[in-house]
Design a protein around this ligand. Sequence first.
Ligand SMILES: *Cc1c(COP(=O)(O)O)cnc(C)c1O
Length: 356
Amino acid sequence: MENIRIELTSAPKAKPTVDPLPFGKYFSDHMFLMNYEEGKGWFDPRIVPYGPFSLDPSCMVFHYAQEIFEGLKAYRRADGSIWLFRPADNFRRMNDSARRMCIPEVDVDFCVEALKKLVALERDWVPTQEAASLYIRPFIIATDCTVGVHASKTYIFCIILSPSGNYYPEGLDPVKIAIEDEDVRAVRGGTGFTKCGGNYAASIRAGERAAGRGYSQVLWLDGVHRKYIEEVGSMNIMFKIDGTVVTPVLQGSVLPGITRRSILEVCRDWGLSVEERLISVDEVIETAENGHMEEMWGTGTAAVVSPVGQIEYEGKSLKIGGGGIGELTQKLYDELTGIQWGTRPDTRGWTVKVCD
Ligand SMILES: *Cc1c(COP(=O)(O)O)cnc(C)c1O
């Protein structure tokens, strides 16, 4: 791949001053772009002023959602240096999504380098506020101008950056989630394991209904039996049942979260018993009722670890472990954010320095 060309903005924006910062609302001065054409591959990698695309109304992404994305963060440490967390894993997963969606793969190492270059250029946009970070959104869209259904022959790859606060305004306060028994998010053989916009489009209705009843997220059941727990809106889900950490096994319909994988690795290193298996909604309700369910939490880049204090199923509302933050949940949050912010040792080589 050729060198990344840089075109600087002539009109830098004012940095947001609101405290706390909202999630994903403000965007930095520059973005990374490259194009793809069949026979030519990815070309013209460049960092340019952040701004709108001009796309033909027939552009394929508008009609058939041939699109994928990723989500990660850059963290500013106390000494001012800026770091990423397992960025290569995000671009590797982007390629897993790409293969499923017939989108051309990207070069993982090149993307990490491009991202580091973009974040270093935008370093002043990495927030200094407590628990805030620079949310990074890489995505690829299909740009052929035709409403025929086929794999596009042209694509745009883009990375935008958003200085963001906590994903949940509640912070580490326990969230309330509703178990969805009507809509389904994904099925095996479908696109559940990919980060594609279509998965989210199909999830909005249940999310809106749950929000209307005061729940911040939806807990999905499997699409075939409507019986096994899959994941939360944008997080994987974990339980501590009788001392064992239990999380749904990955079988194609659940998104393989990088936070999920990191947490499981930490739990195993701590000597905890960990099970990746099927968990039925009946088991969740039963153990929540009889007190065997000690803790429940979601995992994802945006919130890192998010305690679940209450669940709703078939009109019934249940408290989890007293409704507060579980001991292990808190410990895991402290460990992972400690590694990300450099206040705890990174013994696994997960963090990548962008600049001092
Ligand atoms: C991104 C995402 C997650 C969490 O993945 P991380 O890599 O941990 O951020 C979980 N579920 C869904 C549906 C997602 O899109």
